[in-house]
Write a protein that binds this ligand. Sequence first.
Ligand SMILES: [Zn+2]
Length: 56
Amino acid sequence: MPEIEIKVKGYKCNNCGAEWLPRSNKEKPLICPKCKSARWDLPKKFKEKDLKTRKN
Ligand SMILES: [Zn+2]
């Protein structure tokens, strides 16, 4: 049996690194199913610390 690679669209948490598949591809998950973080889709460099040190 030949091996093939099936690619599906999933999500990866930037907070804990968990990867999962969405139940529905229409809705974007609000929180990470593993760490329950609502900021799972934000870049890791985006932290409160950066906001505090940011001068504008
Ligand atoms: Zn997570």
